[in-house]
Design a protein around this ligand. Sequence first.
Ligand code: URA
Ligand code: URA
Length: 343
Amino acid sequence: MDGKEQLRRYLEQRRETGERELILDGMTVDDVMRIVGARPGAGATSDPRPAARPDTPAAARAPSEPVSGDWRAVLAAASDRDVAIPRVAESKASDPPTRRPLDAPSVSHPTPAPDTANASGAPFVADDTPSDGGSATWPAGIVVGQAATELFGGPLAAYQTLDDLARAIATCTRCPLYGTATNPVPGEGSATAHLVCVGEAPGATEDATGRPFVGQAGKLLDKILAAIQLGRQDVFICNVLKHRPPGNRNPLPTEVAACSPYLVRQLELIRPRAILAFGTFAAQTLLQTPLTIGKLRRAVHRYYGVPLIVTYHPAALLRNPAWKRPTWEDVQYARRILDGTGL
Ligand code: URA
Ligand code: URA
């Protein structure tokens, strides 16, 4: 892989974790992506989310002119400024997952490495050495709503069961996505689940089947749940958006606003003991914050009193296996909350 492709992948990882600022001579992530032709503006691709989902490998879509084997040289050559490139590799020490953005696993496997492990039935993280946070209690995080607040009474209060809600979602026209989607994907699992898992939006497989997290990311989610002794039937799995955005593009703010009342109502009806937010969109939507995953992890947030843990999206783990370990730690903490030892 040449330096340009390496840099493009790194930038995509940064963008997915919500990082907009790279501090590269004042340029943003998007600026740099345009320079290397990985973003519209340089005419390389019109897909606003090149590697957002594993079902469309980024490597297959981005043109990669052979440049130099060193992405630093690519940037230096593409910019007419003297770019402070070394700072890319010096990400904040407080954010371990992005400290080794170009580590061998994610760079050398255009197709996601963990898939092989999935197929062979290997566990999510074989090395289960307790982390430093094994017995420590995480600090309190963002508080959204009050525990004592009666949630019911929102626009969807008329729906008294998850099935009622699923029927409403199936005929929903609150945003245009129903027009391009094949099936609604309301979510599935136990109506009395202690844990609700929230993702971003249905992908191609989910759209085709009407079921959440059944593609590659879903297989990994199954393993993540198994790592804390839970099966799909034990939890409730859903997404912020209930219809697939075309081409897996990022959800638009208007779509999130239109669709999130369904998620809120699902959480009201289930009233779980813990919520696991997978990825930037779920975390930012529920916690009503622009903070990135790196800043939201390792804290016990509260969503109307319900403890909420933020972790990486399984699809992101497929491209960046270095995030598997922190994800494992996050879900172990969610397990502790369910067990009554994490609060
Ligand atoms: N990614 C998501 O966020 N949700 C799904 O259901 C599948 C992939
Ligand atoms: N992209 C996501 O959607 N979530 C993550 O956690 C990381 C990247």
